[in-house]
Design a protein around this ligand. Structure first.
Ligand SMILES: *[C@@H]1O[C@H](CO)[C@@H](O)[C@H](O)[C@H]1NC(C)=O
Ligand SMILES: *[C@@H]1O[C@H](CO)[C@@H](O)[C@H](O)[C@H]1NC(C)=O
Length: 361
């Protein structure tokens, strides 16, 4: 493209200026940045902030300026009733091992009802190059355990999905180890329950929010004693799963936030108590809108005999119709919709019971 431009074009000075930016940055950086790694994350952070601002301003413009001059909440409800979509946000640092199962989940479903977005670590190859996962990867950065990078990834997914389609109304975060426990239709009718609408109840987010965990104090102080103050008091600190289903309103809250992120992005001193993504979302939503959340996740996970922060991973001999039925059951009034973690070789036994069990409801 550059070679096709004539020498007198104003593109050249602009290019020179742009190319000199990294050089300038290189000379300036050492004065205020301790390491190269920090440099990269600062630039990423600047990208993220401009992405989030774009999404926030688009959302505000879309929903508060209706021709009918409805109050923002009402016009949002109106567009929700017309053609609400679920945004499926796949967060992965490996291939999408259950892609064929998800393909079946989405088969026969109109694209008027959903969108898919993938945040994959760079250098990870996502094998499904056809079908519903084709070209769905958003600009992604590397994620790591015991770092705030998983929070950033989830926020990037939310912001991209909000920007991409105003009809995205619910946002479901899914990992590569997650499987569906019901059909799309079941999940969709559950989320957009017409009974709720007619009773004028507002839509809730499905996110686990817990406050009585024995490890909470250590996790609160993982970045140093009382570092979270004054933004987050210990009595406001919460824990929950990072696999949640949020309303658009709550997704907006999450990408708008600067205050809590300032604290949660700090590196941990104690890596054994460092799970920022399990705290950031539940803490923020319980501080800002506790009554808008069910405090309950739709993703089943088995913590029995967990090792090093990893839940039980299911293997092929455990996969059966009975397992699916058991995993659906919850202590709440509604069923679990997803489950994790499953090892990649569970794909075949799961495909065998896909139509007859998983998507039969
Ligand atoms: C999708 O439609 C095909 C035929 O149109 C049918 O054979 C199949 O069972 C359907 N799958 C689901 C999951 O409904
Ligand atoms: C949970 O995992 C344990 C092994 O850690 C297993 O014995 C148990 O059957 C699992 N529970 C369910 C409901 O799958």
């Amino acid at each position: 493209m550059v070679s096709a431009t004539s020498p007198s074009s104003p593109v050249i000075p602009t290019l020179v200026f742009l190319l000199s930016l990294p050089v300038l940055f290189f000379f300036l950086a050492p004065h205020f940045l301790p390491s190269r790694q920090k440099t990269a994350s600062l630039l990423d952070e600047m990208d993220d902030i401009s992405l989030f601002q774009k999404a926030v301003s688009m959302d505000t413009a879309n929903y508060s300026r209706g021709p009918t001059r409805l109050p923002a909440a009402k016009s949002r409800l109106a567009s929700t009733i017309l053609c609400p979509k679920i945004a499926f946000l796949f967060l992965t640092n490996s291939d999408l091992q259950f892609a064929p199962l998800w393909e079946r989940f989405f088969s026969n479903v109109s694209i008027r009802h959903y969108n898919i977005y993938i945040h994959a670590d760079p250098f990870v190859k996502i094998s499904p190059s056809e079908g519903v996962f084709k070209d769905r990867i958003i600009p992604s950065e590397r994620t790591q355990r015991a770092s705030p990078s998983l929070i950033s990834a989830a926020r990037r997914l939310l912001a991209n999905a909000m920007l991409d389609d105003p009809a995205n109304t619910y946002f479901a975060v899914i990992s590569q180890h997650c499987i569906p426990l019901h059909s799309f239709k079941y999940f969709y009718s559950f989320l957009f329950d017409l009974g709720r609408l007619s009773r004028n109840l507002r839509f809730s987010s499905y996110i686990e929010i817990l406050d009585k965990e024995p490890t909470l104090w250590d996790r609160y102080n993982a970045r140093g004693e009382n570092v979270m103050l004054p933004e987050v008091n210990f009595h406001e600190f919460r824990v929950g799963s990072q696999f949640f289903v949020l309303t658009r309103n709550h997704a907006l809250m999450v990408i708008r936030d600067r205050k809590l992120w300032r604290k949660f992005k700090l590196p941990c001193l104690n890596v054994h108590s460092c799970y920022p993504e399990e705290h950031y979302f539940p803490t923020m939503l319980s501080m800002q809108d506790p009554n808008g959340c069910t405090h309950y996740t739709l993703t089943r996970v088995n913590w029995t005999n967990s090792v090093d922060g990893h839940p039980h991973t299911y293997h092929p001999p455990e996969v059966s119709p009975e397992l699916i039925h058991t995993l659906r059951k919850s202590s709440s009034s509604y069923s679990y919709m997803f489950a994790r973690k499953f090892s990649p070789d569970c794909l075949n036994p799961l495909m065998e019971i896909a139509e007859s069990v998983i998507f039969k409801d």
